[in-house]
Write a protein that binds this ligand. Structure first.
Ligand code: HEM
Length: 490
């Protein structure tokens, strides 16, 4: 949970700073500067003491810097280690202080490159309108049509792995990304990427993975601090800013081309085009909707498949059991669909456990306390306070899951298991929960069942530690998953 009270501090310091500033240019400017500095320092100390001792959120534990300033939050977001930093804080809470920091700009929007889309729109009425517009694309009927596309690209992935396995080690993480990006590229902009055919990461995907994800992290970090958004262009590393700009401009071009191209299939954007004039959706907003779907949704699904491959290889007992289940159920990979794979309860448990141990969105997605305040976990939280559940810490808390670092799919099946299974909610809950969870589950069942049916995997390096080498910037920056793949004789 985060919360803060620095707005008052900032406005009063600017009142002080304004009138005395001219003195700095007088001959006595040295004394004046010391006076101003001392006044600001005393003010800051006074405000900090007030927040730490008397603020309504003072009883919440946390490090002092996080209580009095958003610098802590911003630094953590761009460090790549927010998951472990926040977990340490949760495991070792310090009584009597608070870790709430105000976060009004986690989803910054503007009329252009940060145009509103389904994920970043805060206003409930506006959001409900967008969600309704997009709901057709997530209906059961649409899911059924999308399955053909998923199976098509899943089979392309299997062929690519089969071919490349003859050449030696494979970075499976890249192969998985290519596949899920292909699916979403086709559904969200009517244009798949060429990576699976070329066996090489498309420039477009490289920019998304290397630049856009970090650009979003910088955006969140900078917009949490006063004044910094005005000098954002100086603060964001040049390659990241340029990559983001190229990506957004190319996305806009693609989406406009797609709008003018006849297309028989009802994909995600066709529903947006239909409502475009009626509810006044701008070109930037269309671009933003398509981008939001492609970026955060392909990468998340690929993350689960990568995480699951790693933990299966590290947990031979679970891997052997899954192999037995899948290989005894199917006689050919063509029999595998999401429906035929659904009864495989151990497969479902393996996916649930991968979601728990490596949640694709591992950080805390902030929500604000409503007017009049709200009681959260037994505490009254005043209006406007940002509240969030930090996913990775929650699913690695031994109070929720026994031996949380152990990959143990059985915990999802044992009737007497004492874990708090409800503590793992990778798609979140409520009106802002993920709209694509059925699609994600469909895609995961198909991909994983086919992979396990057709291949044997072994990690190249016994010392490789996926947890240690992953960094999180809202989404994960994952290390290469170098794997030796042996095709089965089927
Ligand atoms: C493993 C895969 C996935 C995970 C873990 C996941 C997780 C999430 C999470 C945590 C959110 C809430 C974000 C926030 O609070 O800001 C979200 C929102 C959303 N997701 Fe997913 N997602 C996945 C796959 C997908 C897919 C495949 C699609 C669609 C094709 C999709 C579509 C959406 C949409 C449209 C929203 C916005 C919902 C709203 O605000 O009303 N997701 N997802």
């Amino acid at each position: 949970m985060f919360g803060d009270d620095i707005k008052a501090k900032m406005s009063v310091s600017s009142i002080i700073y304004g009138p005395v500033r001219p003195l700095l240019y007088e001959p006595t400017s040295g004394k004046a500067a010391i006076l101003v500095f001392t006044a600001c320092l005393l003010f800051f100390i006074g405000q900090s003491l007030r927040i730490v001792c008397f603020h309504p959120l003072a009883r919440f534990p946390g490090p002092p810097l996080a209580i009095v300033s958003n610098l802590f939050y911003s630094g953590t977001v761009i460090s790549g280690h927010s998951h472990t930093t926040i977990k340490k804080l949760r495991d070792n809470p310090r009584k009597g202080t608070n870790i709430f920091v105000k976060n009004p700009h986690f989803y910054p929007t503007d009329g252009t490159i940060r145009a509103k889309h389904i994920v970043n729109t805060s206003d409930p009425v506006e959001h409900a309108q967008i969600r309704k517009m997009m709901s057709h694309a997530f209906s059961q009927k649409a899911l059924f049509e999308q399955e053909d596309i998923v199976i098509h690209y899943a089979d392309m992935l299997m062929t690519a792995i089969l071919d490349e396995s003859r050449e030696g080690l494979i970075d499976l993480e890249m192969f998985y990304n290519w596949t899920t990006f292909h699916v979403l590229g086709e559904l969200a902009s009517g244009e798949p990427f060429g990576s699976l055919e070329a066996r090489k990461t498309d420039n477009w995907i490289t920019i998304i993975l290397m630049m856009m994800i970090k650009w979003n992290a910088y955006d969140f970090a900078i917009h949490k601090l006063p004044f910094l958004p005005r000098i954002q262009s100086w603060l964001v590393p040049k390659d990241i800013a340029e990559g983001a700009e190229i990506h957004i401009m190319q996305s806009k071009r693609k989406i406009l081309e797609r709008m003018n191209r006849p297309n028989d299939r009802l994909d995600f954007v066709s529903y947006i085009f239909k409502k475009r004039e009626e509810i006044g959706i701008t070109d930037w907003e269309m671009t933003a909707h398509a981008n939001a779907l492609v970026i955060a949704r392909s990468e998340t699904t690929a993350t689960v498949v990568s995480g699951l491959t790693y933990w299966l290889c590290r947990t031979p007992r679970a891997y052997e059991k899954l192999k037995r289940d899948v290989r005894c159920t199917f006689t050919s990979s063509t029999e595998i669909t999401s429906r035929s794979a659904m009864p495989l309860t151990y497969l479902t448990a393996c996916i649930d456990e991968a979601f728990r141990i490596y949640p694709p969105i591992s950080i805390a997605m902030p929500r604000k306390a409503p007017a009049g305040g709200e009681t959260v976990a037994g505490y009254f939280v005043p209006e406007g306070t940002t509240v969030a559940v930090h996913m990775w810490s929650t699913t690695h808390n031994p109070k929720n899951f026994k031996d949380p670092y152990e990959y143990r799919p059985e915990r999802w099946m044992e009737p007497n298991n004492t874990d708090n299974l409800d503590a793992s909610k990778p798609f979140l809950l409520g009106p802002r929960a993920c709209m694509g969870q059925n699609m994600a589950w469909m895609e995961l069942r198909i991909l994983i069942a086919k992979l396990v049916f057709l291949f044997d995997f072994k990690l190249d390096d016994d010392d490789f530690d996926w947890d240690r080498d992953s960094r999180t910037f809202v989404l994960w920056e994952k290390p290469p998953l170098m794997t030796r793949v042996t095709p089965r004789a089927v």
